[in-house]
Design a binder for this molecule. Sequence first.
Ligand code: HEM
Length: 149
Amino acid sequence: MNYTRRHLRLGWWSLLVFLLLGLGLELLHGFKVGLYLDVQNETRRLMWTLAHAHGALLGLVHIAFALSVPYLPKLATLNRARISWCLIGASVLLPGGFFTAGLAVYGGDPGLGIVLVPIGATSLLTAVFLAARASGSAETPDGTGGRRD
Ligand code: HEM
């Protein structure tokens, strides 16, 4: 599995999708759509803004992981796969949970989709913990560790 290619593709495409969501929110403002801007729909606005922000930032996290992979040659194959799947899970569940939670809101309460959010957050924290733990043994791809001598 080429993790650099996988996560560069996922990162750039998810960044595009969630920036387009930002553009969609911009349009809802521009056309003063009550479904989004009315005071009683404040929860929906918060949920969709959170979906946009988390989705865009997770796209950048995919790109950061893709670019890190060549510097982590000692990262065990199993942990590389774990980080990859945890990041993918987080990218679906965190912004997806916020977005679906905003589709049907119950007064000040978000919809049922909100239950996906803590699962996505746990998935993201797991991926970041595994990557942080591996970062101590980072090397340059040529194995010199950046030394010139
Ligand atoms: C990497 C790029 C981006 C990141 C990390 C990002 C992140 C965020 C964050 C954190 C917020 C919440 C701000 C707050 O409520 O205080 C926000 C709001 C917003 N963003 Fe982005 N954004 C990005 C790019 C864009 C782009 C390209 C667009 C439009 C084309 C956009 C449109 C919006 C809109 C309209 C809101 C306000 C939503 C509302 O309050 O109703 N964003 N963004």
